[in-house]
Design a protein around this ligand. Structure first.
Ligand code: ATP
Ligand code: FE
Length: 355
């Protein structure tokens, strides 16, 4: 089967074609139009600007995805689209576009949870079998999930305040580095001394897999202001040392909580234990390396998607749509855009966290 996927829940407009055959899934094309330039002057994503840009770019992305895949709409079996969670204007743009294509072609429409897209990515890239442990760590979310099926997610724990991606972005803003913050902070951290400044590792003294990152942000602000007060400004080395210290703290928290999540997961004794990481922050090499070590120490296989499939893309939406389609699930024209949509059905809005 061949699925067209659309993604527009944050600040990337994306379209992709994924084909699932007897040998597994293949990405025929994956087009991503970022909006970083549009939001640069505002220091963050402006929802209204994002929605308008999505509405303008979706058609172009779809055309490019079809061209690159060398197919036309007739070859597509269904249209999958992110129906939430995310910035509502952007999600609406995508859902409207998908409904238009579905109505025009008579093909089925499939609403996909953006987080399910991230969480099922290891099945697209490595054909990982259920059940697996997932650390979903992105711009708006941070949670450990036991993934037992296409629509079967159990949340083991997660952030009680900010997501790490948000903290990376805030750190970059405080240090005057470019957005998105993750890649800038990671780059600066490479030449920094992580030991120069002491940043907190919250909740490590508490049992369970819950995490907190908002204190880290505050600590960074305090440290920065202190250095500025003492020296009148920040040198390149100051910025690098703060980036390194911040990233080391995030690594330590994620590593320790991953160790605990693995223990909980192994208690359910899956035959082939696997930890998969996904989401934008999973693009961070230092974090990947640390998690890989934790897995090796605990006898668990580790997998992380290539960087372009960690950050937002439509291939993951097309693939998650393919899984729903193969399970016989489709939506109709009443498909709604949902700003909040937790993966774990036992957990209402409370556990969505972030945006
Ligand atoms: P969500 O998926 O929770 O709705 P989102 O879609 O905005 O949020 P993603 O696109 O999955 O998030 O990830 C974007 C986030 O990932 C940003 O906060 C960005 O700073 C962070 N990020 C990207 N690359 C890196 C990196 N190399 N290191 C750390 N963080 C990174
Ligand atoms: Fe995302």
């Amino acid at each position: 089967i061949t699925i067209l996927g659309l993604e527009s829940s944050c600040d990337d407009t994306a379209a992709a074609i994924v084909r699932v055959g007897p040998d597994g899934p293949v990405i025929l094309s994956s087009v991503v139009h970022g909006q970083t330039d549009l939001h640069a002057a505002y220091g963050g994503v402006v929802p209204e600007i994002a929605a308008r840009a999505h509405a303008e770019k979706l058609d172009i992305c779809v055309k490019q995805a079809l061209t690159q895949a060398e197919i036309d709409l007739n070859t597509v079996d269904a249209i999958a689209v992110t129906a939430g969670p995310g910035l509502i204007g952007g999600v609406l743009s995508g859902v409207m576009c998908a409904k238009g294509i579905a109505a025009g072609t008579g093909k089925p429409l499939i609403g996909v949870n953006h987080l399910a897209g991230h969480a099922l990515t290891p099945r697209l890239t490595d054909q990982v079998a259920f059940p697996y442990l997932m650390l979903l760590v992105s711009g708006g979310h941070c949670q450990f999930l036991l993934v037992r099926g296409t629509d079967d997610f159990t949340r083991l724990g997660g952030t009680i305040d900010d997501a790490p991606g948000e903290a990376f972005d805030k750190t970059a803003r405080l240090l005057g580095l470019a957005q998105p913050g993750g890649p800038s902070v990671e780059r600066d951290a490479q030449t920094g001394d992580a030991k120069r400044f002491a940043f907190p590792r919250p909740l490590l003294d508490r049992p369970g897999c819950d995490m907190s990152f908002s204190g880290l942000k505050t600590a960074l602000l305090r440290t920065r202001d202190q250095v500025i007060a003492e020296k009148g400004g920040l040198t390149r080395q100051d910025r690098a040392d703060m980036s390194a210290g911040f990233q080391a703290a995030v690594c330590d928290v994620l590593a320790e909580k991953t160790r605990r999540a693995i223990a909980e997961y192994l208690a359910e004794t899956p035959a082939v234990p696997v930890l998969a990481v996904a989401g934008g922050v999973a693009a961070n090499q230092a974090i990947r390396a640390r998690l890989e070590t934790v897995c090796a120490e605990n006898g668990v296989a580790f997998t992380a998607p290539p960087l372009r499939l960690c950050t937002d893309n439509a291939a993951m939406i097309a693939y998650a749509g393919a899984e729903r389609f193969l399970a016989g699930e489709t939506d109709d024209m009443t498909l709604a855009a949902r700003p909040r949509w937790p993966l774990d059905k036992r957990s209402p809005a409370l556990l969505g966290s972030g945006k």
